[in-house]
Every structure is written in C-alpha cells, then in structure tokens.
Design a protein around this ligand. Structure first.
Ligand SMILES: Cc1cc2nc3c(=O)[nH]c(=O)nc-3n(C[C@H](O)[C@H](O)[C@H](O)COP(=O)(O)O)c2cc1C
Length: 376
C-alpha cells in the first residue's frame, strides 16, 4: 500500500462526518446523537476505548471547585444531554464533568418546532428549544440505571407548560425547582439553578426580583440539599443587579458559584447575513458570544467574594486559547456545547492538550494558578 495516509481524527470529522450531519435537520441530528450515545453508553468496552482515545490525564490540569475534584477544567454544558441519557458516552469524550438538563419537575415538550438552527459561517447555533426534557422523575430513573464516574451537574429549571398555558404563579414556579431538587438530590454532584432561560416566558425575568431568589434558596435549604449550588444568571444583568444578587445569596452557604446563560437579545458580530436569522426566535450560542461572556466573567470575578464563589464559564469555547482566556478572566471551570457540534468529539482532547502546551510554554506548574490573573 503506497500513498495512503491516515486521516487525522479532526479532519475525518470535518470532511466526512460533519457534512453528513449538517445535511440533516439540526434537531433530528441532535436526537440521533443522543440516541446513539445512549446505546453506546451501555457497551463498557466501547466506553473504555473512547476514554482511552479522548482522555488527557495530567495532574497539572486538576482543579478543585466547591470541594469537588475535577480532572480537567472542561465540562459539557447543559442542553446537549437534556435528560441524562448519554452521560457515560459524553464523559468518555474526555470531559471532566457533565451537566445535564435543564430538567424540570414535569416532563415538557418545549417550544414548537422548528427551534434549532445552525449558522455555519459563525460556527454558531440559534436555539429556541424551550426546555424539552423527560421531567425529574424519569431523569432520576435514567440516572439510577447508570454508574457515573465523573462529577455530574444537574441543571434545574421551571417546567415549560407550552405556548398558551396560563402563566404559573410565583409559588408554582418555586415549588417546581424544589420538587426537582428533592427528586434528584441523590444523583447530583452539584445543582445548577437555571435562573435565566432565554427561551420561555416564565424563565426570562422571574428572578430579576431578588425576593424570588431568596425565597427559592430558603425553600431549597429546608429540603435540605447537601451538594453545592451554582446559579446560571442572565448575562444582561447590569452591575446593580449582580450586586443585588450577591447580597441576596450571601446568607445561603450552599451557593458556591455562578455562570452566565445565553442572552435572548444580543446578536452582534455575526458574519451570517441578517436576512438569514432575523425571523428566528431564540438565543445565539458559540463564538459570537465570546467577547460579551468574557467581559461578564471578568466583571463578576471583580465583584464576588473569591474565597467563597467560583465561576463556571461557557460561551464560544472551541480552542485552548478560548479556554485559557476564560480561566485568566476568573473562571475555574469551562464548559462547551456548540464546539462539540462544529469540531466533533476530538475537541476536548485538543483543548486539554493545548492547555498543557501553554502551561509548559509559560513555565506555569498548575492550571489553577492562572485563574483570574487578568482580572484587574
Ligand atoms: C442547543 C442548545 C441547548 C441549550 N439548552 C440549555 C438548557 O437546557 N439549559 C441551560 O442552562 N443552557 C442551555 N444552553 C446553553 C448552554 O448550556 C451554554 O451555556 C451556551 O450554549 C454557551 O456555550 P457554547 O457557546 O459552548 O454553546 C443550550 C445551548 C444550546 C446551543
């Protein structure tokens, strides 16, 4: 055999797998990926092989957040494996942690389709899913059936009862979170309270009122939940709103950190022409969010008590440079979702290896040492 060269894994995904996937409807392709991941998760030999191919084990990447040990900073963001069907498959791609959800107390079919679009020129996604998921009880059943070896985050949200459903009362919204937390608490390494879903009516502004957040944390404390809680905030909150939130959470010891959700309204810096996306409802993910998210992280890092809280960053991470910038701005962990779709399953390994190269180049002995170094 002469002239045959193996196709590097990245090129294989780019040249062969992605073009095939991108010919399919985005939501259908996503559902197939989860169904495949669900089946693959049940084949231990395949999981071992996948781990061997993707995992980067190096103590320089270890990081401790809220008392949980993470083998590297990269996690799968909420929204990919909404109901926790393919966790072992996702973990085998080298993620140090997997965040499932958003999960609500009751099952939901989410918003009407179409509700997911690709913007390939921007390597971005426009998402208007509206929180479809199997509901907390069914998710707890999936979780009970699978041993999970990485820290598991469970992202909680209020049930989306669909278009035209009567608006839920404050008490109903708060009880929805509490029911899910009670049902799922034995399975989570941490809870992420999604306070800011950009794509539902109830989800968007409810927690702009600090009284609602205080009431939620009070009710969760009385369960009690014994794992750390993180809050997924709106990136559009101004400084005053962030400071009010910090004041509100101060008495609640279970709150250990924050991250930012997608913005329902910001659509800046897109290469894709406006005519393509102007009629799509929903929020844009991926690289177009990078600058805004990095600013939000640096701002929050400056304002919060760093001894107590840590930041999980997401938004357009697709390279080691992106991850490093977020860490230097103040994040302790970094999650991604959109890059998995555009770059394929090798993305986690490439970023982790890239981070190790950067540490070596800059003479830094441990990744944890770069957290917040650029925050002024
Ligand atoms: C298809 C899709 C579905 C999402 N669903 C959720 C969700 O259910 N809950 C949530 O908190 N965030 C959700 N997100 C936001 C992601 O968790 C993440 O914060 C955001 O996409 C930024 O990361 P990325 O640019 O790497 O995708 C979703 C994002 C996408 C693209």
């Amino acid at each position: 055999m002469t002239g045959w060269k193996p196709i590097p894994r990245f090129m294989f995904y780019h040249r062969i797998v992605r073009p095939m996937l991108f010919r399919m409807d985005p939501e259908w392709a996503h559902d197939q990926a989860i169904a495949w991941g669900d089946h693959a998760s049940r084949v231990p030999g395949l999981m071992r092989l996948s781990s061997r191919l993707h995992r980067v084990s190096d103590p320089r990447l270890n990081i401790e957040v809220a008392g949980i040990r993470f083998t590297n900073p990269l996690g799968l963001a909420a929204g990919y494996d909404k109901s926790g069907r393919a966790i072992r498959m996702m973990a085998s791609l080298g993620f140090s942690h997997v965040e499932i959800g958003s999960v609500s107390a009751l099952p939901s079919t989410g918003n009407p389709a179409p509700r997911l679009w690709r913007l390939p020129a921007d390597e971005a996604i426009c998402v208007h899913y509206g929180l479809p998921n199997d509901g907390a009880t069914e998710v707890a059943n999936h979780l009970a059936r699978q041993p999970i070896k990485v820290p598991l985050g469970i992202n909680l949200v209020n049930t989306n009862h669909g278009v035209g459903a009567p608006a839920a009362s404050a008490d109903e919204i708060l009880e929805d979170y509490v029911t899910s937390a009670r049902t799922l608490k034995g399975h989570a390494s941490y809870f992420m309270l999604n306070l800011s879903c950009p794509n539902t009516q109830d989800g968007r502004a409810f927690f702009d009122q600090p009284g609602h957040l205080r009431e939620l944390l009070d009710r969760l404390a009385s369960i009690p939940i014994d794992v750390p809680c993180f809050l997924k905030l709106s990136p559009d909150w101004d400084d005053a709103a962030i400071d009010r939130m910090l004041e509100t959470v101060d008495p609640f010891e279970s709150v250990r950190g924050f991250m930012f959700n997608l913005s329902p309204s910001r659509r800046t810096g897109l290469s894709t022409p406006r005519e393509v996306w102007k009629d799509w409802p929903g929020a844009i993910s991926g690289p177009p969010t990078v600058d805004w998210m990095d600013l939000r992280i640096a701002n929050l890092y400056r304002r919060m008590d760093r001894q107590r809280y840590q930041i999980i960053a997401a938004g357009g991470v697709r390279s080691a440079e992106d991850a490093c910038r977020k860490l230097r701005s103040g994040a302790s962990l970094v999650q991604l979702l959109t890059a998995l779709i555009y770059q394929g399953p090798g993305v986690v390994r490439r970023i982790n290896r890239g981070l190790l190269k950067m540490l070596k180049r800059d003479g830094i002995s441990h990744l944890q040492d770069i957290v917040g170094v650029d925050a002024v």
